[in-house]
Design a protein. Structure first.
Length: 306
């Protein structure tokens, strides 16, 4: 099992696009495995559209991988999504890490648009089934309850064969989705204690159905800060977690402290079967983002990569 750590880009804390690209360059020139972008179409906070960012990264980088964490499949046209991912993987020479989920039913993307939420799970299943077919074969005819295409081919195909499909979510439906359509699983906002039973269920289901989920394809993400719990940004985020998860300790979800404390949290996830990581710096300024990224890449990632 190879341990790899990437960086999740939080809401933008850059003074300009030039500063963003400087951050990307530093990630590219470090030991960071990957860059991940949240998929938010409607938000008061500044988020870059994830697939646009993936496409831009193909031209800016040569080594680092990149992924969407996670694309809300019901909000996307399946054929356009298939073409975008295939093109990005081709242009990057096989560095795309596509991850998909059903989205939150309470999200503004559903409540303020004409996208229907009642069948978003079944819709997502059809999207994933279609993607796996159109990326691998020609002349695809797909007849589903929501998606219908006849005799279509896309070229160029992805460089990765198969192009991996990471599934987000921890519900029973998400676990079934991972087994049926996915090649990997990535957690949402979950502690090691919460991740453990999900990984165990996926392994059990995989064994039951004769499916192989590579040990390198179990992922998790968490927010971190090399600093102190009394830092204002930490206190603010901790309060948000307490409101969202009133019966949980924010310290289960956020890693704060010395470099050794961040590494210890990574090891907690490794102990329950996680091998791929998306670490999101807890910051409130551009300077802090660069500093947190540099410390992670210089002192923590080399210690945990194997």
């Amino acid at each position: 099992m190879s341990i790899r750590v990437g960086l999740g880009l939080p809401a933008l804390h850059f003074s300009s696009s030039q500063a963003l690209w400087k951050w990307v360059d530093e990630c590219e020139n470090s030991l960071a495995d990957s860059i991940w972008q949240n998929d938010r179409l409607i938000s008061q906070e500044p988020f870059i559209e994830s697939l646009s960012f993936m496409a831009a990264l193909t031209g800016r980088t040569e080594r680092i991988k990149f992924g969407m964490n996670v694309v809300v499949a019901p909000l996307r046209n399946p054929l356009v999504l298939a073409k975008q991912c295939a093109s990005i993987d081709y242009l990057s020479n096989g560095r795309l890490l596509p991850a998909f989920g059903v989205g939150n039913a309470k999200a503004l993307e559903f409540s303020r648009t004409d996208n229907k939420i009642s069948h978003r799970g079944k819709w997502t299943n059809e999207v994933l089934d279609f993607l796996s077919k159109i990326w691998a074969t020609d002349n695809v005819t797909y007849k589903g309850n929501f998606i219908n295409y006849e005799n279509i081919t896309i070229e160029p195909k992805p460089v990765q064969n198969p192009l991996p499909i990471w599934i987000g979510g921890s519900s029973d439906a998400a676990i079934e989705r991972t087994i049926k359509y996915g090649t990997g699983w990535i957690s949402g906002v979950q502690s090691p204690r919460q991740v453990k039973p999900v990984v165990e269920k996926i392994r059990q289901k995989a064994l039951q159905y004769g499916k192989i989920i590579d040990e390198d394809h179990y992922g998790a993400g968490f927010s971190y800060r090399i600093g102190d719990w009394n830092d204002p940004i930490v206190q603010s985020v901790a309060k948000q977690f307490s409101r969202r998860f009133p019966n949980s300790d924010p310290k289960e979800f956020i890693a704060v402290g010395k470099e050794s404390d961040i590494q210890a949290r990574i090891n907690e996830y490794i102990d329950v079967g996680i091998s791929k990581f998306v670490l999101r710096p807890l910051v409130n300024s551009e300077t802090e983002l660069f500093n947190q990224t540099r410390e992670l890449c210089k002192n923590i990632i080399p210690a945990v990569h194997n």
